[in-house]
Design a protein around this ligand. Sequence first.
Ligand code: FES
Length: 156
Amino acid sequence: MAAARESVAETTARLSAARGDDPAELIEILHDIQQEIGMVPEEAQRVLAARLNLTRAEVHGVTSFYHDFRAQPAGRVVVKMCAAEACQSVGGAALISAICRSVGAALGETSPSGVTLEPIYCLGACACAPAAEVNGKLHARLTVEKLEAAIGAAAT
Ligand code: FES
């Protein structure tokens, strides 16, 4: 666990060193950073690039490719909405649109009330589509009303 006064650069350096400053461990180090800081800020990417002897573009390429890495802190409720085919075939797109309107944020954004909406591409619950995850808990066979209720419960 990081000391409370540790800077982003110090945290990044410590976590990178713990994995031997090995470029092959880039994704694992990024996960470690996000777990401790709650996001992967620009400063962390800069420090990591220098320590791993990678370009900033290489590090940024990885953080922007994988949806799990956030450049901004998440809200207190994180909703991962499945945007893959099985869910889309049973109304997933309409569900996503309705929840975006209801929450007041687009996918990839956090609402003023602290709900972060993120796309995910299959939660392994295709037989029970459409599905979403709310703060790590799977919800399936969703309707707009069911998902709104799950979000409301997670926010309290
Ligand atoms: S496609 Fe949505 S859970 Fe698999």
